[in-house]
Design a protein around this ligand. Sequence first.
Ligand code: SAH
Length: 346
Amino acid sequence: MKETKKDIRSYTQDELREYFVDQGQQAFRGNQVYEWLWKKGAHHFEDMTNLSKETRAFLQEHFVINHIKVDHMQRSKDGTIKNAVKLHDGLTVESVMIPTPTRTTACVSSQVGCSLNCEFCATARLKRMRNLNPDEIYDQVVAIDQQSRSYHNRPLSNIVFMGMGEPLMNYNNVIKSIDKITGDDGLGMSPKRITLSTSGVPKMMKKLADDRPRFNLALSLHSAIDEKRVKIMPFNEQFPLEDIKDALRYWYDKTGTRVTYEYVVWKGINDTKEDIDALIDFCKVIPCKVNIIEYNSIDDARFEQASKQAVDAYERELNRYGFTVNVRRSRGKDIDAACGQLANKE
Ligand code: SAH
C-alpha cells in the first residue's frame, strides 16, 4: 500500500530534529527545514538549497508541504480586502484585511463553516465542514501581513479571530496558531494585539482561562435575556447565560483582564428598555467593554438594523452607569466582507 504523505508543517521544530536523528542524520537539519517552512515560507522542498539533493528528494518522497493559496481578492471602497483562501483539499475560507489610518487588522477564520447556528450569521448556513489546522490559520495571518506591507507600507498590527467558525470549538489548533503568531520562530507579534471572539462556550472559556492566555477575549452577546438569546443563537439552550456568567467570573479570576461584549441591536428583537436594563446587569458581572456593531444584512427578513435612537439609548444608558461603550461602523460591506457576511459567495 502506498504511504500517505504527511504534512511536514504539522511537525514542531523538536519533532523535526528527532525525525532527522531517527534517519541517522544530524539534528540541525531539522532546524534548517523548520526555518525554510516557517521563516522563509518555502512551498517546495527543492527550494531548500542548504540541504543536499538526496535529502530534498527524500523529504519529497515522504512529505507534502500544505499551503493555503489566496485564490481571489476583493477590494472595498474603504480599502478593506477580502481574500478567498483555498485550502489544500479544495475547500475555501475567507479572511479580511481591515486598514485604518493607524493600524491594519487581520480578521481570520478558524473553521470551514461553523458548528454553531446563529440565525443572523451567513457563515452558520454553511455548517461546519472541518477545523482549520494551525498552519492554515497562521498562513492567513502571513498573507494579510504581506498585503498590509504592500498596500500600506506597514506590517500587520492586530488580529481578530472573528472570521468563519467558532475558535473555541477548534481550541488546540487555534492556540497553536497563536503560539506561532506570537513566537520568535513565527511572526513575533504581541499577544495583546490579538483578540479571540467566542459565541460563548462556557466549558471552553474556563479551559482557556486555565491556560492563562495573554491575548484578549471577546464574547458575542447580542442579548442578555435567555429567552431572546436562544431565539437568535439557538445553542444558547445548551449554554445559558448563567453558565456564561459563571465562565466570565472564572476568566476574570484567573486572568484579571476584562472582556469585550459584541452586541448588535435589531429592530423588534432587542431594542427595548428591558433589553438595555438586562445588558447593564450583565455588565456588572466582571469588568468589561461593550462594542455595539452594525448589523450587516444577510438577506433575512427577520433581521433589520435598529433605529439610531435605539442604539443611542444603549450608548447613553451604558455611559450613565459608567460602562465603556463603542459604537462601531462596519467596514467592507460593499464586498460582503463585514462581520457575519463571510460565506464563500464572492
Ligand atoms: N464564532 C465567533 C467568531 C465569529 S466573530 C463569535 O461568534 O464570536 C463574528 C462576529 O460577528 C460575532 O460577534 C458575530 O456575532 C457577529 N455577527 C455575525 N453575523 C453578523 C451580522 N450579520 N451582522 C453583524 N455582526 C454579525
